[in-house]
Design a protein around this ligand. Structure first.
Ligand SMILES: Cc1ncc(COP(=O)(O)O)c(C=O)c1O
Length: 454
């Protein structure tokens, strides 16, 4: 593409993005389409000859966008409500333009060194002790790497010999499925994942954890690792990390914290206590793409034992030898060789908002959520189904599960909001996740009225 053409369409694309971000609420959150609708509109094979950029952009606007779920919409309250922000979007364009690959230091020194700098900045924001950090795409990958590090620390031979069968991973019944998946992928097997029961606030019960470890030891299993969560997906519950850390120390187990969503609570003065004890963990994951307005994808893994990850994964073929002395080569710590320049978008975001700016936005979201939770609690027709420590409200209306499913379907069909659901303790509940940078108290009040009428 000649640079003048790039400039012309670049301006057009930036204009489109600016208009879109100026008013994301003017669109439906959930598209009106059925499975297969978009595919039927697209050719089954790519065309032989190149096309005009104008036509490609027109198809993007007219065909692709209407089939997108609008994650940047202020009424997006499903899953965890995440959003991208201007500085992150601009950085993504520059990342694509530079197209660096930070597999080794030499393949792009800035890609490695900026990553070292920004993960350390973020570590300081989260109040964690000095440790090694690196960026992955998702929390699922970060947790997979954490468990791999735990295994290699406990059983260095596993690298050559392969896995042994009897390592056990402990997590709560409310943990994200990525923990179990990591155990499956690493060959521990689902049977070797103990899902410890939770208390009435959906937090792992430490006394049951201790008992399970004791029982496994007595039966010849090898307890390896405990995964605690700060901000579970189902209800945003926070496991009692200090007590879990005591048990891990007693039994010399690796403690991994899944703070994919909840990690940023460290920035909110009223919530910072939720991260108590996290500094004692052997590893911790947090996702800037969840609650730091970073475009997908960006997940940061911290660990105090980088040598365990390195022993598990370093494998240097001749063509990747660099002779760059003691420079860090991130390929030594990850399954993937290639490494996107994700650090650049984190750098843009952390500089643009500053710690104070992020803290102000997150605190306001926590405040809005708490105010809304109180309104729901005060309405006799509704009930809160779980405590609200952060920015997720789990609620249901009076009536059956079917009534609640029908309410959810009606709300989602409206096009103005998108909620997801969960079943906890056998009961259906609607998850109202708040955390989108575009959501204001006004949006929440209007939605609450809509729910009351619905
Ligand atoms: C607590 C928690 N952990 C892990 C994950 C997995 O995140 P990812 O999509 O980055 O793998 C999620 C996703 O929502 C989550 O809520």
């Amino acid at each position: 593409m000649p640079s003048e053409e790039f400039r012309r369409f670049g301006h057009e694309v930036v204009d489109w993005i600016a208009d879109y971000l100026a008013d994301p609420a003017s669109r439906r959150v959930l598209p009106e389409c059925a499975p297969g609708d978009l595919r039927r509109q697209l050719p089954a094979a790519a065309q032989e000859h190149g096309e005009e950029m104008q036509r490609i952009l027109a198809d993007f606007r007219d065909t692709i966008v209407p089939a997108c779920t609008m994650w940047n919409h202020p009424g997006f309250h499903a899953y965890f409500s995440v959003s991208s922000s201007g500085p992150g979007i601009l950085a993504e364009s520059l990342i694509a333009a530079l197209n660096t690959n930070g597999m080794v230091w030499k393949s792009s020194p800035a890609t490695t060194e900026l990553e070292q700098v920004v993960v350390d900045w973020l570590r300081q924001w989260l109040g964690l002790p000095q440790c090694f950090g690196l960026i992955f795409d998702t929390a699922s990958q970060s947790t997979l790497h954490a468990l791999l590090g735990a295994r290699c620390k406990a059983d260095p031979e596993s690298r050559e010999r392969g896995a042994t069968a009897n390592f056990v991973v402990y997590t709560s019944a409310q943990a994200h499925s990525s923990v179990e998946k990591a155990a499956m992928a690493l060959g521990f097997g689902q049977r070797n994942v103990r899902k410890i029961a939770v208390d009435e606030s959906f937090r792992m019960r430490p006394e049951l954890l201790r008992a399970a470890i004791g029982e496994d030891r007595a039966n010849g299993w090898k307890p390896l690792c405990v995964v605690a969560t700060v901000g579970t997906t189902g209800t945003s519950s926070v496991d009692p990390v200090p007590q879990i850390a005591d048990i891990c120390e007693e039994h010399a187990l690796w403690l991994h914290i899944d703070a994919a969503y909840g990690g940023f609570s460290a920035l909110v003065p009223e919530c910072a206590h939720l991260m108590n004890g996290c500094g004692r963990a052997d590893s911790l994951v947090t996702n800037p793409h969840k609650w730091l307005f970073t475009p997908q994808d960006c997940s940061v893994l911290y660990t105090k034992h980088p040598e365990a990850l390195r022993n598990a994964l370093s494998l240097v073929p001749e063509y990747l030898r660099t002779g760059a002395g003691d420079a860090v080569n991130f390929m030594d710590y990850s399954i993937a060789l290639g490494r996107r320049f994700r650090a650049l978008k984190l750098w843009f975001i952390m500089r643009y908002f500053g710690r104070e700016g992020v803290a102000r936005i997150l605190s306001e979201q926590v405040r809005m959520t708490q105010a809304l939770a109180r309104k729901i609690e005060a309405d006799q027709r509704f009930e809160l189904c779980a405590p609200v420590p952060l920015t997720l409200i789990c609620f249901r209306r009076n009536g059956s599960d079917e009534d609640n499913q029908a309410l959810l379907d009606r709300l989602n069909a409206s096009g103005t909001a998108f909620f997801s659901h969960n079943i906890v303790n056998g009961r259906f509940m609607i998850r109202w996740a708040i955390g989108n940078i575009h959501t204001t108290e006004h949006h929440l009040s209007r939605l609450w009225e809509m729910i009351q009428h619905a």
